[in-house]
Design a protein around this ligand. Structure first.
Ligand code: ZN
Length: 228
């Protein structure tokens, strides 16, 4: 009954924010330490991907012989790049868009059957101010960024839009209907309110220092000339 998924996500994102704002209490202050050779930290807080309400590390690899792309293994986003001029943020953003195009129409179909409503079609947009909307032509519009949310919150948004096919308002009857299919909707609305900045934030991934060293190594300068 209690929605542990969005609560756990809540806590994780809160800790991540705290890490950024008060690195000293986590012992992860990013001041260059005397013991290291001044290398940047392996995973800066920026190199994280919010997906299904969780923050995952992103690692980049320069693999000129391989097609560019993203592989998610459940723990880490592995981003394969042709060169250090490639754009890892764009690749991960496209991965999230593809995931949205797969997941959101499916969820909409399933919930529409349960609620007993018919819609016209699902349209994915990059709405920066709106998670989702429902048109009078019965089209359901979603921001692809919804896949960053915990899946229970994703479901709530789908239910929210589909219930508008019965009530085109936010009246008492409408919320009663939403509550039948998403009993914890108040928690989910709170999650959305508290995390909208994280959801609307653009993906920001820099090259992982470890994997770019081959490209920038200075002890064998002659060998770099093989690259145009
Ligand atoms: Zn609404």
């Amino acid at each position: 009954m209690a929605d542990t998924q969005s609560v756990v996500s809540d806590v994780k994102l809160f800790l991540e924010r705290l890490k950024k704002e008060m690195p000293e209490i986590f012992g992860t202050a990013e001041t260059p330490s005397a013991q290291t050779d001044g290398a940047a930290p392996a995973a800066s807080p920026a190199n994280k991907v919010l997906y299904n309400g969780d923050l995952f590390e992103a690692r980049t690899y320069i693999t000129p012989d391989q097609e560019e792309g993203v592989a998610f293994d459940g723990t880490v986003f592995h981003v394969y790049l042709q060169s250090k001029d490639s754009n890892p943020s764009a690749l991960v953003t496209q991965w999230l868009r593809d995931k949205a195009a797969e997941v959101l129409p499916q969820k909409t179909k399933e919930w529409a059957e349960k609620i007993g409503v018919e819609y016209n079609r699902v349209v994915l947009k990059d709405q920066r101010t709106l998670w989702a909307s429902c048109s009078s032509q019965k089209n359901i519009n979603y921001s692809y960024r919804i896949v960053k949310m915990p899946t229970v919150v994703q479901d709530y948004l789908v239910i929210h839009e589909l219930c508008h096919l019965k009530f085109m308002n936010h009246g008492e009857e409408y919320w009663n209907l939403v509550g039948q299919f998403s009993p914890d909707y108040k928690l989910h609305r709170r999650w959305l309110n508290e995390h909208k900045d994280a959801v609307f934030e653009d993906i920001n991934i820099a090259l992982t220092p470890d994997n770019t060293q081959e490209e920038t190594t200075v002890d064998k300068p002659q060998e770099n000339s093989e690259r145009p």
